[in-house]
Write a protein that binds this ligand. Structure first.
Ligand code: CO
Length: 224
């Protein structure tokens, strides 16, 4: 069934488990994710980033249809929206969650842009994810790895000011494939502090692909 992203994440947060957000590129990989979620009887987020398919509306429609027909709860999320316009195009296409990513901007600007999206999205019942600190790219891990980790006091202020439904945090992972022989170093202490400061807010981990399965398990038990 198609559900709001908040519905899936609030329950996961309360019961302390994580939900996979799988990156959709084609109808076939979307179908495979849904089949796997059904096999495991697990909720799922179908994550779509503009540009990963030639036609955003078409691929979102496929995701929505698959979600509606599924027996497990599925949210369709617009990943890494870089502007209010992009987020709106996703909302118009029918997604049940959006990410507004202004994490590379200064704090105040991130707050301002996120707030605008929250106001619009919440009016039409769509959940919002934002990012604070910045999750960089694994290819550039030496520089990106620890340069913009999420500060706990900033996260608390950000959530108060924006009313986001979930927050992507930078705790040492990065997007994509890490250089050969390199592994991400996760700041578990920071994650524990974030969880303590924001006990009811679902926290989101980006850049999980190249991370050890044991580390993934651990962060999933700590609020991700
Ligand atoms: Co990401």
């Amino acid at each position: 069934m198609l559900v709001k992203m908040k519905e899936i994440l609030d329950r996961a947060c309360k019961e302390n488990y994580a939900v996979a957000a799988a990156n959709v590129y084609t109808e076939l990989n979307a179908r495979a994710f849904v089949e796997a979620a059904e096999e495991l009887n697990a909720p799922l987020i179908l994550n779509y980033k503009v540009g990963c398919h030639p036609d955003t509306d078409d691929i979102i429609k496929i995701c929505l249809d698959l979600a509606k027909k599924s027996k497990v709860p599925i949210a369709v999320n617009l990943d890494h929206g870089d502007s209010k316009e992009m987020v709106l195009s996703g909302i118009r296409a029918g997604v049940t969650g959006v990410m507004i990513d202004k994490s590379s901007k200064p704090f105040e600007e991130n707050v301002k842009e996120t707030k605008k999206v929250v106001e619009i999205a919440h009016t039409v019942g769509v959940s919002v994810e934002a990012e604070l600190g910045h999750v960089g790219v694994a290819d550039n891990y030496v520089v990106d790895g620890k340069s913009a980790l999420t500060k706990v006091e900033d996260a608390v202020r950000f959530v108060e000011l924006t009313d986001v439904d979930c927050l992507a945090v930078a705790i040492g992972t990065a997007h994509g494939a890490y250089p050969k022989g390199m592994k991400p170093e996760i700041d578990f202490e920071r994650l524990a502090s974030l969880r303590k400061a924001l006990p009811e807010l679902p926290l989101v981990l980006h850049g999980s692909s190249g991370t050890d399965i044991e580390d993934i398990r651990k962060v999933c038990s700590m609020g991700i």
